[in-house]
Design a protein around this ligand. Structure first.
Ligand code: ADP
Ligand code: ZN
Ligand code: ZN
Length: 802
């Protein structure tokens, strides 16, 4: 219950509080006074009870000062008008540095500060304030209980204790404790009721019993680990180069970035482990992000076996209690290495000495809900704040990282790329075969499997091996393609594939929409605009169709396992299907992009990509970058055992630079040209791309709203002068080929998915110079247009899925 209203005049100090009312998005802190009896508990990071807009609410303390003058925005307040803090609801959960991070998130991604601060709270600790009937207030808290356990250990004298021959229980106990302390529950599980014996020996001073906090969530992850913790006898030359670059960056203490650009299996994980070892030796902590824990169990296991109990692990399958305990382990300083998904960055680190992002190109690092942050950008900001290096590892680094490394610096720190082109044991990369579907078509084949893929499958059947077939439909939108020449109609302005709309027989650009004069392409069956062929067909077959074709093609004793969104709906089905594949003698695993990574089955000798063009022709300027990463990843699934692997990529576009680059294992065949095109057309990493999506049940209302919003953004952006780049000097100076000084507003237009969950979706895209303060323009535009109940707006800065 809150304390009675304190007299503001007798305040011991003043605080800035960000009030957290779930239904309202608040960013502005308000000033409150703290009375003498509360002053000990009110610190930065604490959750407090305050009155706000004639109700009681929870809020987070982000600053303290002896007088109002010491708080930003409170200088001119009359102390007697300042309302008091009513009570302390929770101990500090975050530090002043975390407040800086939350502010940065809020500003960069146009998200309420209250929402950004909430990310730092321990799991289950979101306080809600409830008004009771008698007019007083109570704080509800999602209750997650701490668990304690009793730990039995031998005392100094106890080590010399020899139980009498006949005292069997005592002998068992002393034996069990010889190697170290054991919990009472473990003892009971091992030997049955042991409490009487423990008590007896405790009385005699042989053992001690201590109550300790139990850390849930640790045991579950050790079962994932089959990996050994031993470091290799000698690091490769590439590993030594990477490690010394990281050490150099650590020495500078500025938050420099090291991109470890190493082919799959080149030993990147080993580099992280070695670097973290040194960070721990200095008493600091480290944070390692992995794209998806369930797919990287082996990697996680290696951290556990190398660093033991010093590792906290965060993944989506933890229960609330486990999550809380892992968080507390970091808070208490018990765990100094954190391995987890992007949200692991919000752990209560002490003295962060290194941040690692593995597979940094992965799109899972971009958060889909507000605040829509990108873990790479957040980590880069945190690295500079903490003065520790950021290590980005990948076999296919993101174009953002490649461009920044090419420029040498970004955001005031250096970006260095270290290549690791070889695998330690000299293991070979698989042979890549490109199957030209145009030629198959000309030959009269109407099958979805080309000759090379058929031959490969038959060889697998004959030798009783396994094959993986990828049918990628991620971000897929139907498009038209000429089956004779491979031509795909693309937008003149955006150079992305035009999306085919069956209902209206139109092709639309979902980037620029109305701005672009849509070319009146004919419906399927009409002539190809390039070669005049009549075989202009809609592309878009499903995994089910391919499964049927496979089953009728292969002998019945070959297991065909389909893994896609439909077949993995049930909990645990993903794992079950993989086990089925593992157990089968001869099998084909057919799946969407979810099979591209993490799979490590030595019997897989063939990887087939049914239709690489789906990835190449996504209506997205990142299509080539993503296609390359996907094809490289999936190729890495072949030939991991003794037997050599083969990869067959089916395509109508064998001359596409991405296909050529994959075939030659040479990224330079497409990256420079693609980057040059992005610079010319004004795409990231040379501009920042902001996607503003409006959703509403009423089509007209939503459309009118998005039009008004777009107009407003245009108007404000044209008034505003270019804001000085905030710490983005490197890239904008060295790379901004497109010298647009002002944001460019594209659209509005319908989204690629025009209607979802009964809501119509429209979007406006804003391209702005790197370092331009676009969030200010957007915040102003949003507040001037005003919110509508029936239209929801989401702002996605550095958008990925358009
Ligand atoms: P990546 O993370 O780049 O895919 P890993 O670190 O998983 O690569 O290493 C691939 C394999 O090579 C692992 O089995 C690892 O134990 C082994 N390895 C890594 N570094 C060395 C080394 N210096 N000497 C021998 N084996 C190594
Ligand atoms: Zn054609
Ligand atoms: Zn366009």
């Amino acid at each position: 219950r809150p304390a009675p209203t304190a007299q503001a005049a007798s305040a011991a100090c003043y605080v800035s509080v960000v009030v957290d009312i779930p239904a309202r998005a608040l960013s502005e802190p308000f000033t409150y006074a703290v009375s003498g009896d509360l002053v000990d508990g009110v610190k930065v990071g604490a959750t407090v009870l305050v009155s706000f807009a004639r109700r009681m609410a929870a809020g987070y303390v982000i600053a303290c000062a002896g007088t109002p003058d010491g708080l930003a925005g409170a200088e001119s307040l009359d102390p007697s008008s300042i309302k008091p803090v009513r009570a302390v609801l929770a101990e500090p959960a975050f530090s002043e540095q975390s407040v800086a991070v939350a502010r940065w998130l809020s500003q960069t991604y146009v998200a309420p500060l209250s929402e950004c601060l909430r990310l730092f709270l321990p799991p289950g600790h979101t306080p809600r304030v409830r008004r009771l009937e008698d007019g007083t207030y109570e704080v509800e808290r999602a209750s997650v209980q701490e668990v304690h356990q009793r730990v039995v250990a031998l005392t100094e004298e106890g080590r010399a204790f020899v139980p009498p021959e006949r005292a069997v229980r005592q002998r068992q106990l002393v034996e069990a404790l010889a190697c170290g302390p054991v919990t009472t529950s473990e003892l009971n599980a091992l030997y049955g009721g042991m409490s009487a014996t423990v008590k007896a020996l405790e009385r005699r001073g042989v053992v001690t019993v201590e109550e300790r906090r139990a850390w849930r969530g640790c045991d579950a992850s050790t079962t994932l680990s089959s990996a050994s913790g031993a470091a290799p006898a000698q690091l490769t030359a590439g590993q030594r180069r990477a490690l010394s670059a990281i050490e150099h960056a650590r020495g500078l203490g500025r938050g420099d970035v090291v991109v470890v650009d190493g082919v799959t299996g080149s030993g990147k994980t080993e580099v992280y482990l070695a670097a973290i070892e040194r960070v721990l030796a200095e008493g600091k902590s480290a944070c390692v992000l992995v794209p998806e824990i369930s797919l990287t169990a082996q990697t996680v296991g290696r951290f556990r076996s190398r660093f033991g109990d010093a590792v906290a692990i965060f993944h989506s399958r933890l229960s609330a209690g486990e999550r809380l305990d892992q968080w507390d382990m970091v808070h208490a300083g018990v765990a100094r290495v954190v391995v987890g998904a992007r949200s692991a960055l919000f752990c209560p680190f002490r003295d962060l000495g290194l941040i690692v992002i593995d597979e940094e190109h992965e799109h899972t690092y971009k958060q889909g809900q507000s605040p829509r942050y990108h873990a790479r950008e957040l980590a880069a900001y945190m690295a500079s704040l903490y003065g520790c290096p950021l290590v980005l590892g990948s076999a296919t680094p993101s174009f953002e990282s490649l461009a920044r490394c090419a420029a040498g610096s970004f955001g005031g720190v250096s970006w260095t790329r270290v290549e690791m082109p070889e695998r330690p044991a000299g293991a070979t990369l698989p042979r890549i075969v490109i199957a030209d579907l145009r030629r198959e078509f000309a030959r009269g084949s109407r099958s979805m499997f080309s000759k090379p893929l058929l031959d490969g499958l038959m060889r697998v059947v004959e030798r009783r091996e396994k094959a993986v077939l990828l049918h990628n439909r991620r971000g897929f939108a139907p498009f038209l393609m000429c089956r004779e020449c491979g031509c795909v109609p693309t937008c003149d302005h955006c150079s992305t594939a035009l999306t085919y709309h069956e209902r209206t027989h139109t092709l639309e650009c979902h980037t620029c929409g109305a701005v672009h004069p849509v070319r009146p392409y004919p419906a399927p069956g009409s002539a190809c605009p390039r070669c005049g062929s009549r075989y202009l067909a809609k592309m878009g077959m499903g995994t089910q169709q391919i499964e049927d074709a496979l089953r009728s093609l292969l002998p019945p004793d070959v297991a065909v396992i389909r893994m896609d969104a439909d077949s993995t709906k049930a909990k645990g089905s993903h794992q079950r299907l993989l086990e089925e594949f593992d157990a089968a003698e001869c099998a084909v695993l057919l799946g969407t992009q979810m099979i591209a990574k993490g799979l490590d089955f030595p019997e897989v000798t063939l990887v087939g990509v049914v239709m690489a063009d789906y990835a190449l022709k996504m209506p997205d300027f990142r299509a080539s970058e993503r296609a390359f990463a996907l094809l490289e990843q999936v190729s890495g699934r072949a030939g991991r055992g003794e037997r050599a692997g083969e990869v067959v990529i089916q395509t109508y576009l064998p001359d596409d630079p991405v296909i050529r680059a994959v075939a030659a294992h040479d990224r330079s065949l497409f990256v420079p040209a693609d980057l040059a095109q992005r610079a010319e057309l004004g795409y990231p990493p040379y501009v920042r791309l902001v996607n503003v999506v409006c959703r509403g049940k009423d089509r007209n209302v939503t459309e009118r709203y998005v039009e008004a919003l777009a107009e407003k953004i245009r108007a404000i952006a044209s008034q505003e002068h270019r804001v000085a780049p905030a710490g983005a000097s490197g890239l904008s100076a060295a790379l901004a080929a497109d010298s647009t000084e002002r944001p460019q507003v594209l659209g509005p237009t319908t989204c690629v998915i025009e209607r979802a969950k009964d809501r119509f979706r429209f979007h406006v895209m804003v391209k702005c110079p790197v370092g331009y303060d676009i969030s200010r323009v957007l915040s102003r535009a949003l507040s001037e247009v005003g919110a509508r109940r029936d239209v929801s707006v989401s702002v996605d800065v550095d958008a990925y899925d358009l």
